[in-house]
Design a protein around this ligand. Sequence first.
Ligand code: ADP
Ligand code: MG
Length: 258
Amino acid sequence: MGKGSRQSKEGDVEVSGGADQEVLISIKSLTKRYPSSAEGERALQDLSLDIQAGEMVAIIGTSGSGKTTLLNILGGLDRSYEGSLTVKGRELRALSDRALSSWRNQEVGFIFQHFHLLDHLTALDNVLLPACLAKGEARAKIAQVERRARELLELVGLSEKIDVRPTQLSGGQKQRVAIARALLFEPSLLLCDEPTGSLDRQTGEEIIQLFKGLHQRGYTVLMITHEERLSEVAERVIRLEDGHMISDEHTGSQGGEG
Ligand code: ADP
Ligand code: MG
């Protein structure tokens, strides 16, 4: 997805799926062995798959099946693997450290089970944190970025909580802040590691609806989870077991009402 089409995510223009889909991520024969693991043991074994721009994918597997390992590799946090991983046609491993970290900051939004917010900062400052850490251009645009951060907090339903610190927010509200933070630089990919894992069922459901809404705005959403029920909301469900991909199904879920 080019910068132009990505801008439509926040506008009224509907981002079309289907015919004009492009491959965002392509994995070929991806295998991961941790240095400390036993001989012959692989956290990921010979995974091949493509993810199209704009897809909403759930990767489901029990604990230890390789989900976090896969997410770390997809997000460019771990480059010691065998096989190939290209993002928008670029081999991730071939990027310099600097290019990789700039790609990660600009193109990937991470969302974690435990939110990873800083308790001494307000919701707004937590959302702005990636801009404060960014260098160069992104940093220079901080005034614009602040406006966007406020809009994002509104988008996730937290316009009343902009100046509140995480200690005064519920789990679901914290996750909303984390989602707004992940969206700050309009990433082409949202990578979510057990995003509902710390939430009660009802709150988890609301967060899933929020992801569905983002998907409808054109974001590519990749969620990894051990929760079976997420298989009902994604359009595509990939199952991992002991590092192997055991199925990859397009469920045809429409992602709910708009
Ligand atoms: P999941 O997220 O599905 O629970 P992980 O990707 O965390 O699974 O782990 C997959 C396998 O890799 C497990 O057998 C786990 O013990 C192993 N593993 C994960 N991280 C490391 C690590 N840093 N060093 C060695 N082995 C690891
Ligand atoms: Mg995990």
